[in-house]
Design a binder for this molecule. Structure first.
Ligand code: ZN
Length: 101
């Protein structure tokens, strides 16, 4: 579906993410200059809009949980690395003690 805007340039396809038109594609001026605008997709029904909003909320929640889990893992591995170093140090001390006995 090609169209030229009022500037004479090929209009570009974009996707709306507003609550009323979530995921709905449209054509617009590539320079955002002349105000050319034309919907490609028909409007979504209320059910489809509700489902998409629910999926977006779920995706955002899962991304936040993943980020928290990654931060927790990073902290845990840092603590484990430090305890490993301390553990090696303790083991070396024990070896010294064993050698001295
Ligand atoms: Zn234009």
């Amino acid at each position: 579906m090609a169209a030229k805007c009022y500037c004479g340039a090929w209009a570009v396809q974009q996707t709306a993410w507003t609550s009323a038109n979530v995921g709905r594609r449209f054509l617009a001026c590539p320079f955002r200059k002349c105000g050319f605008f034309n919907w490609i997709d028909p409007p979504l029904c209320d059910r489809a809009r509700a489902i998409i909003h629910g999926l977006i909320r779920r995706m955002n929640r899962l991304e936040a949980e993943l980020k928290n889990a990654q931060q927790t893992q990073m902290i845990t591995s840092t603590v484990l690395d430090e305890s490993t170093i301390m553990g090696e140090s303790t083991a070396m001390d024990e070896n010294i003690l064993v050698d001295e006995i």
